[in-house]
Write a protein that binds this ligand. Structure first.
Ligand code: G6P
Length: 609
């Protein structure tokens, strides 16, 4: 979603801003713009709808000597993605420029008030209202004007403001939308995402909700909305630059699919001991006793994280025998959920910034639940809000279609389930067997990746078919959902995931000659039942693409194509079966000429409701 970059220091700001915007492209956007404070009476704005390449053609690098400026990628909420609606927005004097992530909820009332004061608006955006309000409150002190304006604002914001009368000053404020200050040598970089910072520095400060920062080349000052000073700790970002670069791959999605063995190794490192059947999750140490008394677990998240939660539901019930439910975060928050004593809510999020998941988490906390997080992005909003949690440690995920984060989420949930299981009903040999199987998963994922050519062949044969079904049972039902989501997200093919047996209760009507139906038919208690489901598909002309375990009885007779994955315990199969589905979706999107890493209409982290 929207991205923010700001720079103040000795270097020309423009190339740094544009490079930062490029690093934020993965989040999804539909227009972009920059504002430079160059000593003129007004700030210099360049902005346009479309990709950053379009913006670049309008920029005059040669004459852009300003050393302070802001840049933005916008994902339209209020007003269409046009040149005028792109950020930055200015007040009507042109002195003040604002970029903003989030939503100003009372913008209509503020707009009416500002119009009464004689303000004329250029755009349809809520952000311009904010820029005009700051302009009206400006009497020579930008920080004070921002503070005063924000006191009149309802809504969420991550915001950066510059003023032509205060060159060398960036003012930033945060409520519900992340902002990070990268602290360099005689320069500071503001961004909504660490990806725009790490090329310059790994020393950062995370702004908290309700904080305002005044940033100059040689330092920054943070205060609360009431102007009380706040002392911030410098933190180190663990990411490295090569983690957010393509490293020889055509797309981040393919890079991240192939990174999965290493990512899962990192995720499990030092956390499991198959010999003793024990799991060490540092983030849970302080709440281990409370967790042991858990009577009910609610897993919540959105999109792929919700699919990982569904696998988690099976894992917690199987290993820890604790009743577990999965809820869409967007539904949970508005559903008046019942939270009794002993309820643990686990919020799952790659980015740690998803607005619905964050709101669900806060709702759970307000109702007295112990709230845990399973998050990838260290220091993110959700990670900070939880009572405790476990990081994925799979490295940054840039591709919009989530791949290694899904595997990481399932792996963390598997470790948590075993951790809890050992405190409940799971025997030491039972835990040892489970963890042994988990520990070899990275190597088995390698074997799954070796099916890439077969997956490409499937995509080559079927990428022009616009309706696909994905079927799975038990632990593999969420994988069917995830496989279908991947295909939809990046190749714009309609796909539906179903519990295999449910197909005959309606969706079977869709099956016609040659329709691709991906069936997950691995070794498991219901294998024979799955074969029956496959027969039902075949007899209606559907083409079955089976994801099967090596040596599965009779699969070649019923399936058009068979892709083999190694054998593992039933609860861990999702970590293997998902890999060919990721690869099929990837190749289908490439063959269809789609923009794999930046699919239309999607954003990497959805920070609005
Ligand atoms: C968006 C993305 C999905 C992602 C979901 C949850 O909808 O497009 O790919 O699964 O958000 O994201 P999170 O960062 O909370 O895991």
């Amino acid at each position: 979603m929207c991205g923010i970059v700001g720079y103040v220091g000795p270097r020309p700001a423009l190339p740094i801003l544009v490079e930062g915007l490029r690093r934020l492209e993965y989040r999804g956007y539909d227009s972009s713009g920059v504002a430079l404070v160059n000593g003129e009476r007004t700030v210099a704005i360049t902005k346009s709808a479309g990709r950053i390449n379009v913006l670049e053609q309008l920029l005059d690098y040669e004459h852009a000597t300003a050393t302070c400026g802001i840049g933005h990628t916008r994902w339209a909420t209020h007003g269409a993605p046009t040149d005028i609606n792109a950020h930055p927005h200015t007040d009507q004097t042109g002195r003040i420029a604002v970029i903003h992530n989030g939503i100003i909820e009372n913008y209509r009332a503020l707009k009416t008030y500002l119009a009464q004061q004689g303000v004329e608006f250029q755009s349809q955006t809520d952000t311009e209202v904010l820029a005009q309000l700051i302009g009206l409150r400006y009497h020579g002190n930008l920080e004070r004007a921002v503070r005063e304006a924000l006191l009149e604002v309802d809504g969420t914001y991550g915001l950066a403001v510059v003023c032509s009368e205060e060159p060398g000053v960036l003012v930033a404020a945060r409520k519900g939308s992340p902002l990070i200050i990268g602290v360099g040598k005689n320069e500071n970089i503001l961004a909504s995402d660490a990806a725009a910072i790490i090329a310059h520095t790994t020393q950062v400060v995370y702004l908290a909700d309700g904080e305002i920062a005044r940033i100059t080349a040689d330092g920054f000052k943070t205060t609360t909305m009431d102007a009380a000073p706040v002392t911030k700790e410098l933190e180190e970002i663990e990411w490295t630059l090569d983690q957010i670069e393509l490293g020889g791959h055509d797309h981040f999605m393919s890079k991240e699919i192939f990174e999965q063995p290493a990512a899962l190794e990192m995720c499990m490192r030092g956390r499991i001991d198959p010999h003793t059947g024990s799991v060490h999750l540092g983030g849970l140490t302080d709440c281990a006793r409370e967790l042991t008394r858990a009577k009910r677990i609610i897993l919540t998240g959105c999109g792929t994280a919700w699919h990982a939660a569904l696998v988690g539901e099976y894992l917690f019930e199987e290993l820890a025998r604790i009743p577990t439910e999965t809820e869409y975060a967007s539904e949970f928050r508005y559903r008046n959920p019942i939270i009794e004593d002993g309820t643990v809510v686990i919020a799952i999020s790659q980015s740690g910034e998803t607005a619905d998941t964050y709101a669900a988490l806060c709702e759970a906390q307000d109702r007295g639940a112990l709230a845990l997080g399973v998050v990838n992005s260290v220091g993110s909003t959700i990670a900070r809000q939880t009572d405790a949690g476990v990081y994925l440690h799979v490295g940054p995920e840039i591709g919009v279609a989530s791949t290694k984060a899904f595997s990481g989420q399932v792996t963390v949930l598997a470790m948590m389930a075993a951790f809890l299981g050992r405190r409940k009903h799971l025997s030491q040999p039972g835990a040892s067997q489970f963890l042994e199987a988990l520990s070899v998963i990275p190597r088995q994922v390698e074997q799954c990746l070796a099916t890439a050519d077969q997956c490409r062949a499937v995509a080559e044969r079927y990428h022009e078919r616009l309706n696909w079904l994905y079927l799975g049972r038990g632990f593999n039902y969420p994988v069917a959902l995830e496989g279908a989501l991947k295909l939809k997200e990046i190749s714009y093919i309609h796909a539906e995931g179903l519990p295999a047996a449910e197909m005959k209760h309606g969706p079977i009507a869709l099956i016609e000659e040659g329709m691709p139906v991906v069936c997950i038919a691995t070794n498991c208690a219901q294998y024979d039942k799955i074969i029956s489901n496959i027969e039902e598909v075949r007899s209606r002309g559907g083409h079955v693409i089976a994801i099967a375990t090596e040596g599965n009885r009779g699969i070649h007779e019923v399936a058009e194509q068979v892709i083999h994955v190694p054998d593992t315990l039933d609860p861990l199969q999702p970590l293997l079966t998902v890999v060919p589905l990721q690869l099929i979706a990837y190749h289908a999107a490439v063959l269809r000429g789609c923009n794999v890493d930046k699919p239309r209409n999607l954003a990497k982290s959805v920070t609005v409701e």
